[in-house]
Design a binder for this molecule. Structure first.
Ligand code: GRF
Length: 228
């Protein structure tokens, strides 16, 4: 991204509840996102995420999978919407659709996703259940740059929690979700500011190669980052 750019245009893609979208909208309203959420796109007309965006006065677009015969056709419509709105950064926040590889490649380094596990553990669905079944002692969420392979792009930052003996799928989901809300706006801001970038196959933070994702840990209600 271009550091110092006053209002980089961000699009958020969301299929569901949109609690991460809400965290991003709230950060933007506080002037803490470093950019402007210009467009929210969903593949579900009734997604609560779209209602949240409308409530915040953001332009929304429902792109109907049923009217697109192929993933490539869906990707082309999506890309047109992004280009028409002059979008510089695409933020996936619970977008439950695999994107066309061409679109992903065109937005390499300009598309982020958040996944509810400590990647590379537990790609795909049901991550909280799988973390419990595997007896993981640590769990959390990962923000990564998006590549065509699902949940496999280079990790940028993680939020980690200790799994407790009494944890259930629901309790893990709730704690991870809260952490996501702290993590995602911060990472988006750093990308928009140019502090985080994915260039020539390397994720860089403040110009230095990031060998492992930044970690945001939860200490009571205070969030600390090893890097900030
Ligand atoms: C989050 O758990 C995120 O990690 C995953 O999808 C979920 C979206 O939740 N990619 P919400 O719609 O933001 O509440």
């Amino acid at each position: 991204m271009s550091p110092g750019h006053a209002a980089a245009a961000v699009a958020v893609l969301a299929s569901g509840e949109g609690s991460n979208l809400q965290a991003l909208l709230d950060a933007a309203a506080r002037g803490e996102l470093g950019g402007e959420i210009r467009l929210v796109i969903s593949d579900r007309a009734q997604a609560p995420a779209l209602a949240r965006a409308r409530e915040a006065g953001i332009a929304v677009r429902f792109i109907d999978p049923a009217t697109h015969a192929t993933r490539a056709a869906y990707g082309a419509t999506l890309q047109r919407s992004l280009e028409e709105a002059g979008i510089e950064l695409v933020v996936l926040a619970g977008f439950m659709r695999i994107l066309d590889p061409r679109l992903v490649e065109d937005y390499a380094g300009r598309m982020l996703n958040i996944h509810p596990s400590l990647l590379p553990r537990h790609r795909g669905l049901h991550t909280h259940r799988r973390a419990l079944e595997a007896g993981d002692r640590l769990h959390g969420a990962t923000v990564h740059f998006v590549i065509p392979a699902l949940d496999a792009g280079p990790g940028v930052a993680q939020f980690r929690i200790a799994v407790q003996p009494w944890d259930s799928e629901a309790s893990l989901a709730a704690r991870v979700r809260l952490g996501e809300h702290a993590l995602y706006p911060r990472v988006v801001r750093w990308v928009l500011e140019g502090r985080i970038a994915w260039e020539a196959g390397e994720v860089r933070f403040d110009g230095r190669r990031l060998r492992t994702p930044l970690v945001l840990s939860c200490d009571g209600l205070a969030f600390r980052s090893a890097a900030a």
